[in-house]
Design a protein around this ligand. Sequence first.
Ligand code: SAM
Length: 288
Amino acid sequence: MSTDPADVENQRLEIRLLLEAIYQRSGYDFRGYASAHIKRRLDHVRARNRLASFCDMIHRLIYDPPFFDEVLAALSINVTEMFRDPHFYRAVRETVVPHLKTYPFIKVWHAGCAAGQEVYSMAILLKEEGMLSRAQIYGTDINPPVLETARRGIYPLEAVRQYTTNYQKAGGTASFADYYTAGYDSVALSADLKKTMLFSPHNLVTDGIFGEMHMIFCRNVLIYFGDDLQEKVIKLFLDSLCNGGFLCLGSKESLRFSAHADAFEVVDAREKIYRKRHVRALGMQGEP
Ligand SMILES: C[S@@+](CC[C@H](N)C(=O)[O-])C[C@H]1O[C@@H](n2cnc3c(N)ncnc32)[C@H](O)[C@@H]1O
């Protein structure tokens, strides 16, 4: 595609119209996502389908439902793994879990959980810390097919070697093999882990809060959002956390530039673990 400034501006306009078409047709709102990410993903689909322009894509989107699904799938990046960034899970175990243990019951929300590996990782960690029976874990995503995989908890056998290494580096106290049954080419995670999990569709752009959470994971999701959308979602998390609740972001994400940064204390800057400050009750009118 041309790099002439006028053409680039025209392309931007075409992409805005395309995202508007997706929103009008489906309610999926990608209009606030980071523009470089959106352009890269749409370019792939355009080239694969040998379409000359984003405008041509709009026509296909409207009249060809399988193409619509292809575009939606391209805009949602579902890369994930169990105990991704093992040092992060080690920090959760060592720094966050002691606080969680002070509650009789905890609620944990994994926003943008993709196919659920992050959710099963946390369930294993909580089980090893004797907390699983006192926890309710929610896994949400905008992508229904990946949520279905999350509910099944069945993953390719070839991924298990990596998951096992991650589990050990994350400070796992048992054998990772204790948590799955191996089949011919896949493994099924234990039903015991699933008892505390609830998976449901939830769109961080358009849907509301999940109340009184003790911990929210939203890792490797905000990175795809533009600045304004990131702010909106961070506010959603602030409103969803109980006082003293923890927020965990991905390694390339941060609260540093957020207008809501002061509402959190930094628990672990490297692992992007934050804690909602206790909000003091406001004094009565007239009180100093
Ligand atoms: C790269 S994956 C991250 C998975 C996991 N959290 C991890 O760190 O391994 C990003 C996920 O965010 C989801 N996502 C993107 N936009 C979303 C939105 N508006 N609301 C909820 N989930 C969203 C995608 O469908 C995808 O499954």
